[in-house]
Design a protein around this ligand. Structure first.
Ligand code: AMP
Length: 360
């Protein structure tokens, strides 16, 4: 258990690290952010910073000397970086969580081996294996790079008439996975925490809407049956236990209607706090960020109880120009990430409202 006054090291300096640092402060914890970019937005709210590349061993060793635990805000922390830090300080979540979630083929195989349903999938290494996989899985199908994809990048939907060679070229001919297309009714996620003692606490299931491969809105409660909600949480728990996980994780799932019943297919595991959990800052008794800090410090997990219906809208690219209206709107909780330039597709902030605002 880390005492107040301890220092949490965070790899990555984006908005997730920034909101983790903001949640660490009320618990009396300090944060040291390690990131390669000089203008990392987490630096604005951290007590210490290191600007260095993830393979800079001198920089990592100095960083490790100042922190009591290391964590991260993104799953693409290089394996060597994780191993280097783990020799010096507790790394939470551990290297296994990174190894499994960095590679979509390893991740889907891990989930399937737990007996949890996913989209049908096959590994693809070249055009010939892609053609074979298309023969087995049919069309439409979704081709994704095994590594380094996010927000719909490194992905291609292959429909009738689309050529395998062109699709493989469009993802850079990288090692890939082909998934059968899931005709889902909705997308949900479970954001949950597991402590070093194995204690587990899940937030209520989040209903997510993506636009152009990027999360647009999260709404709670999710429009799913209570049995589906219980099943979703139980799948997330099996995944967390299978990874011997410490910290907050998110499991994204598709809800599929089969013979009148809702069933779940796991799509992706994020070994970190997640955009679909941002609503919890105002909408839950404990935010996902505080929960992650509690978990990696070995503190008791806080109650994850939902305070009431809540919606979170991402402010992507130019959406952020609406900030004066949002700032003037009573009940709109505005979060801006401090990024200087609003490029298209870039997450600039989010706004959370604690009242139902469904359009249906
Ligand atoms: P991912 O990068 O795997 O999270 O995928 C981004 C988004 O693409 C998902 O949130 C879905 O909306 C969609 N998608 C991904 N995989 C599939 C699939 N196998 N079938 C249908 N839609 C998918």
């Amino acid at each position: 258990v880390l005492a107040p006054g301890s220092t949490i090291g965070i790899l990555g300096g984006g908005q997730l690290a920034r909101m983790l640092a903001l949640a660490a402060a009320p618990l009396g914890m300090k944060v040291h952010v390690f990131a390669p970019e000089e203008d990392s937005v987490a630096f604005d709210v951290s007590s210490a910073r290191t600007v260095a590349d993830y393979d800079d061993e001198a920089g990592l060793a100095a960083f490790a000397g100042t922190i009591d635990v290391a964590t991260y805000e993104f799953e693409n922390v290089p394996a060597d970086t994780a191993a280097f830090l783990a020799e010096r300080v507790p790394l939470r979540p551990g290297a296994r969580a990174l190894a499994v979630t960095q590679d979509r083929l390893v991740e889907k195989s891990f989930v399937r081996d737990l007996g949890v349903a996913t989209a049908p999938f096959m590994g693809v290494d070249d055009v010939a294996s892609l053609e074979a996989a298309l023969g087995r899985l049919g069309r439409p199908a979704v081709l994704k790079t095994r590594r380094l994809g996010y927000d719909g990048k490194g992905q291609a939907v292959i429909r009738d008439g689309d050529g395998a060679a062109a699709a493989f070229a469009s993802i850079g001919r990288a090692p890939a996975i082909l998934e059968g297309f899931v005709a889902f009714e909705r997308e949900v996620s479970v954001v949950a925490a597991r402590g070093p003692d194995g204690g587990f606490r899940a937030f209520d299931v989040c209903e997510n809407e993506h636009r152009g491969g990027i999360l647009a809105t999260t709404t709670l409660p999710a429009r799913i049956a209570p049995e589906t909600e219980a099943e979703a949480v139980s799948l997330a728990r099996r995944i967390a236990e299978g990874l011997d996980y410490v910290g907050v994780l998110a499991v994204e799932m598709f809800v599929v209607r089969e013979g009148g019943r809702e069933t779940l297919r796991v799509n992706e595991i994020a070994p970190r706090v997640h955009n679909s959990g941002h609503w919890s800052i105002e909408g839950a008794e404990t935010s996902q960020f505080e929960q992650h800090i509690r978990a990696v410090c070995g503190w008791p997990l806080g109650p994850a109880t939902l305070r009431g219906p809540v919606t979170m809208h991402n402010l992507i690219g130019d959406d952020v120009t609406a900030w004066p209206d949002l700032a003037a709107e009573p009940g709109a909780h505005l979060h801006l990430y401090g990024k200087r330039e609003a490029r298209p597709g870039r997450k600039m902030g989010h706004v959370t409202r604690l009242a139902p605002s469904r359009r249906d």
